[in-house]
Every structure is written in C-alpha cells, then in structure tokens.
Design a protein around this ligand. Structure first.
Ligand SMILES: NC(=O)c1ccc[n+]([C@@H]2O[C@H](COP(=O)([O-])OP(=O)(O)OC[C@H]3O[C@@H](n4cnc5c(N)ncnc54)[C@H](O)[C@@H]3O)[C@@H](O)[C@H]2O)c1
Length: 276
C-alpha cells in the first residue's frame, strides 16, 4: 500500500525539475497525477522553460509507474485553462486530493535595475499563479468533502534574504502569507495547507547561466562545478544543493496522511542554509 494510494495529485510545473519529480514520487506511492505546465518561454527570463516534449516525457514516466495521468499544457496565469483542467481531472480521475502549486520562475538583478515587466512576470507566475491554482482546484476538494493536502512551493530565500532577487523574494514571501490564511480557512474542511521551502535544488533553474553568474560574479564563464564550490560554503551540511527528489520526499510527507495534523507550516529543505 503506497503512502498516497488512491489519491489524485494536481501538480503545476510538472514537465521537468521538481514538478516532474513530485509527479513520479507521488505516482510511485500510488497517486494518479494531473500534470500541468505552460511549456512556453517567458520573454523577461534569461533561461528557457520546459517544452511540450518534456511534459510528454513526464506523462510517459507516470504511466510507466502504473498510474493514470492527465497532462495538459496550461499556464498558471490562465485561470480559465486551470479551471478546465481541474474540472476534467474531477471527471476523468474522480476528484483531487493533493495540490502541489510548484510552477515558478527565477531571475536575478539588482532591485532598481529590474524592469516593470520583470517584476510583473515574477509576481504573476510565482504568487498570483499559486492563487489561481488553488482557486481552480480547492473548491473541488471542498465539494468532495474528503479533506486534502495543499502544498505551496516557496523558497528558502524568504528566511535568509538575498541580494538581487527582490521580485523573487517578494513573490515567494507572498506565497507564505497565502499559505497561512488558507490553512486558517480550510481546516474546517480537513484540508491542510503547508509550504515547502527548497534551498538550492539541482534543476535547470539553478544551473541556468544567469544563476551561475550570480553565485560567481567574478568569473567570466562560471561552470556548475564553480557553483558547487561557492554554494557548499553556504549550508551547514556542506552540500551546495539537494536533488529534486529531496523536495519531493518533503511534498510526499505533507501530502500523505502521515502529516494529518500538520497544517500552516513552512518546511525548509535546505541543508541548514538558513542557519549556516
Ligand atoms: N531550483 C532551485 O534552486 C529552487 C530553489 C527554491 C525554490 N525553487 C522553486 O521550486 C519550483 C520548481 O522549480 P525547479 O527548480 O523545478 O525549476 P525548473 O525551471 O526546472 O521548473 C519549473 C517548471 O515550471 C514551469 N513553469 C514556469 N512558468 C510557468 C507558468 N507560468 N505556468 C505553468 N508552468 C510554468 C516550467 O516550464 C518548468 O517546467 C519553483 O517554484 C521554484 O521557484 C527552486
């Protein structure tokens, strides 16, 4: 019996990285998966987003784990698109129990060099996109009356602060506020709401050229190994980063009934970065 056997999990940003990892980990533990991703680049970002081929790969990998999957190309800024895939999930998979609002973007620039468009895209995807995701899904959980677990992806940056990510930090801090209010409102429906706060995670976001430059501003062509050396010094376990699966295991715990009395918390998975 899997730890989320028979449940249905709605996951945004599921085409690659942490979102794909969450989909596979939850599927391995018995959940059917709704995998949502925009699969479109965003003009204000310096690194590419996932592709439709990535989303199809997630779909295939979930199927290989013996679970049902509904994969859909939808942007978390598109409320009508999210509403439609949530309604289709209820019809085709028999409801939803777990929501992982994971889709997110990152950028790095000194605060007063940020363009209005950079600020707006960050807030629209990372904060308002999370709100749109819960708006599309949680009413179905309430209506079904069988409780549920909502996990919002924030970031360790909300604890430690960091230069050159004002728009990112503001958007991820907004997610924490949303998590706290939702956990207060939804407890009476046995729906728990928590946030996971990843530290550095080995995904395309961390390994993008723009992030490498932030960690190694003094190097002309910084590499992933340069990043590893710099990042190691930033956490008490001397790791530098964790794997996507480490975040998925935290999401799995929060999603499962093992966390049945856990709501309204911020769970860092950061090798102790915030205390180092
Ligand atoms: N990688 C890190 O070091 C790190 C650290 C802290 C927090 N996070 C957060 O973890 C989450 C997952 O990031 P990741 O590390 O897997 O990065 P990633 O770039 O590999 O994956 C992000 C996914 O979200 C999708 N996406 C982006 N904008 C979207 C939109 N508007 N609508 C739907 N899908 C969209 C992308 O296509 C991609 O598949 C993000 O919220 C990120 O902010 C990452």
């Amino acid at each position: 019996m899997g730890r989320v056997e028979g449940k249905v999990a709605f996951i945004t940003g599921a085409a690659r990285g942490q979102g794909r990892s969450h989909a596979l980990r939850l599927a391995e533990e018995g959940a059917d998966i709704v995998a949502v991703d925009a699969c479109e680049d965003i003009a204000t970002l310096e690194y590419p987003m996932a592709t439709e081929a990535d989303l199809r790969e997630t779909e295939k990998l979930v199927r290989e784990r013996g679970r049902r999957v509904l994969a859909r190309k939808v942007d978390v800024r598109d409320q009508a698109g999210l509403n439609q895939v949530a309604a289709d999930a209820v019809e085709q998979l028999g409801g939803m129990d777990i929501v992982s609002a994971n889709a997110g973007i990152c950028g790095c620039r000194p605060t007063f060099d940020l363009s209005d468009d950079e600020w707006q895209d960050m807030v629209d995807v990372n904060m308002t996109g999370v709100w749109r995701t819960v708006k599309a899904t949680v009413p179905h959980l309430i209506e079904a009356g069988r409780g549920g677990s909502v996990v919002l992806t924030s970031s360790i940056v909300t604890f430690v602060g960091a230069a050159n990510v004002a728009h990112y930090n503001a958007s991820k801090s907004g997610v924490v506020g949303l998590m706290k209010t939702l956990s207060a409102e939804l407890g009476k429906h046995r729906i728990r709401v928590n946030a996971v706060h990843p530290g550095n995670v080995a995904t395309d976001m961390l390994f993008s050229e723009s992030t490498l430059r932030v960690f190694c501003p003094d190097l002309e062509n910084p590499t992933v190994e340069d990043l590893r050396e710099r990042a190691r010094g930033g956490d008490v376990l001397g790791q530098g980063w964790v794997e996507a699966e480490d975040i998925s295991n935290a999401v799995l715990y929060l999603a499962s009934d093992e966390a049945r009395f856990v709501t309204g918390i911020s769970l860092p998975v950061d090798c102790g970065r915030r205390i180092g």
